[in-house]
Design a protein around this ligand. Structure first.
Ligand code: ADE
Length: 230
């Protein structure tokens, strides 16, 4: 039976999700809050992890191992690398990588450690479902590679390096760690992000200005995915 996890990294990213439900059960675990709801007969657990790969890994693992979630959707914001992505645009990750994982000193490629893989692929059925929502509701959705690292990127040079090294279209700070957890635990996942900035010198200002509106766009799209998920 389906039990759905919906994750964000920041409170602003899950607030517009929780706002859809009236009967919410809150459980505290490992310095975090988990919001349990039922929607159209589907049990859903919602949480924000706090920023970064470590907190995101902890939350994704908790949702799967403690709460028994067997499908995971991530909703939030990202910085654009691909110049065709504008503020508010939605991107769904085809695959994800860790741009700050570096043991190249030992001859390995960026983003790789033995036993792992540079890229983790998202679930194809969930991507298909997202494309259905996009087509049916006429909402533009871009498929692309998302690069994750424990850095807020506000630097053109770093952004371009990530873009060139990983062919990445957008960057953020949690997606790939959630992907690693879901892949290891055999849980289908989808990472959806709405653009809040362009990871350049203005990124900090842009992020502050557009966090809420972009997070809302992502959350609204995720709710449409939730309505159709099986
Ligand atoms: N999330 C949204 N914008 C970002 C940026 N510029 N760097 C890292 N994570 C982000």
């Amino acid at each position: 039976m389906l039990k759905l996890a919906i994750m964000g990294a920041m409170q602003e990213e899950i607030e517009p999700l929780i706002a859809n439900f009236s009967d919410v059960k809150v459980t505290e675990f490992a310095n975090n809050k988990y919001y349990e709801v039922n929607f159209n007969g589907i049990d859903i657990v919602i949480a924000y992890s706090k920023i970064g790969k470590v907190f995101a890994s902890l939350t994704a693992t908790t949702m799967i191992e403690k709460f028994g979630c067997n499908k995971l959707l991530f909703s939030g914001v990202a910085g654009a690398i691909n110049p065709s992505l504008k503020i508010g645009d939605l991107i769904v990750a085809t695959k994800l990588c860790q741009h700050d994982l570096d043991i190249t000193a030992f001859g390995h490629p960026y983003g790789y450690v033995p036993g792992g893989a540079v890229y983790i692929e998202s679930d194809k059925e969930l991507i298909e479902l997202a494309n259905e929502v996009s087509n049916d509701l006429n909402i533009k959705l871009t498929e692309g590679i998302i690069a994750t690292g424990d850095q807020f990127v506000a630097n053109e040079e770093r952004k371009n390096w990530i873009g060139n090294t990983f062919k990445a279209d957008a960057l953020e700070m949690e997606g790939a760690s959630v992907a690693v957890v879901c892949n290891a635990l055999d849980v289908p996942f989808l990472i959806l992000r709405s653009i809040s900035d362009s990871a350049d010198m203005d990124a900090g200002f842009s992020f502050d200005e557009f966090l809420k509106s972009s997070a809302l766009r992502s959350a609204e799209f995720i709710m449409e995915v939730v309505k159709r998920v099986k």
